[in-house]
Write a protein that binds this ligand. Structure first.
Ligand code: FAD
Length: 247
């Protein structure tokens, strides 16, 4: 069930040279699970832009986005008080009930935001949450302290070694031997694939930030084949179970 609504920007600020955090006020009752996304109408652009929900409460939501093109560049110039048209309640989201007491959360770049509300939800359930965050370089890192403040054990990897473990999120797993019974991940495709292999028999869920059209299952533009048949990433995804992904 999704809903169209008008939201008012409360804050819009840079976290790094290219990544911004926007908080908005409006109806959040259609958010049912961590890992869902909103689809934002941007004046003058034909397609809405999908962005994961980083966090929400009864009145506000937080989005974190990287400026990569016209839409996100325009978003970064929007001032507090601007009204935005959003489709909310989109996507299946992660299943916080699926894990045991020791879940692992793995995020790469702008795959990190949807894991934040998930971490909060799992910690509230009493889980001991480990988080691995992967970035290219130290200046791209965001939300390391925010995850720590929630009570998660946080590990950081940078590809150039400027902070934390030098290498990828899978390097952290190999070097630090993190013990987990289930994992949740979001990030670039090569990261999701490598992680799927590196976690062996450990089950998990992967969120795919595929390019998409309508965002609510109407246009079939983001259909992909899985072991459970064809799925639309925007509707039956963006989260797929590890065992159903065909690489
Ligand atoms: C379910 C979902 C959740 C997402 N959550 C987030 C999020 O939380 N934070 C965030 O920063 N981004 C997220 N994205 C990606 C975001 O939607 C795109 O970066 C955004 O739409 C780009 O719009 P633009 O107009 O700025 O760039 P465009 O002008 O549309 O594109 C600029 C460049 O970015 C590339 N690009 C655009 N969309 C994607 C994509 N989905 N994946 C890879 N490359 C892309 C294009 O190929 C092009 O090279 C998400 C995408 C999906 C599908």
């Amino acid at each position: 069930m999704y809903k169209k609504g008008t939201y008012t920007i409360l804050t819009n600020e840079p976290l790094t040279p290219t990544v911004w955090r926007m908080t908005l006020e409006g109806d959040t009752q259609y958010f049912t699970r961590p890992g869902q996304f909103v689809n934002i109408e941007i004046e003058g652009l034909f397609l809405r832009r999908p962005i994961s929900v980083c966090d929400y409460d009864g009145r506000t939501l937080t989005l974190i986005y990287k400026v990569v093109g016209e839409g996100t560049e325009r978003m970064s110039r929007m001032a507090a008080g601007t009204k935005l048209d959003l489709l909310t309640g989109l996507g299946n989201g992660f299943d916080p009930e699926a894990c045991g007491p020791r879940p692992l959360l793995v995020g790469g770049g702008v795959g990190v935001p949807p894991l934040y509300n998930l971490a909060r939800t799992l910690i509230a359930r009493g889980c001991a949450v480990s988080v691995v965050l992967g970035f290219n370089t130290a200046e791209e890192i965001f939300y390391e302290e925010e995850f720590r403040r929630l009570g998660a054990e946080v590990h950081v990897a940078t590809a150039d070694g400027s902070r934390g473990v030098r290498g990828f999120v899978t390097t952290v797993l190999a070097e630090r031997g993190i013990d987990c019974d289930y994992f949740y991940a979001c990030g670039p495709l090569p990261m999701l694939r490598a992680l799927s292999e590196a976690t062996g028999d450990v089950p998990g869920e992967l969120s795919f930030e595929e390019r998409m059209g309508c965002g609510f299952g109407g246009c079939m533009g983001c259909s992909c084949q899985t072991r459970n048949g064809s799925k639309r990433i925007c509707k039956e995804g963006p989260v797929l179970k590890k065992e159903e992904v065909i690489w």
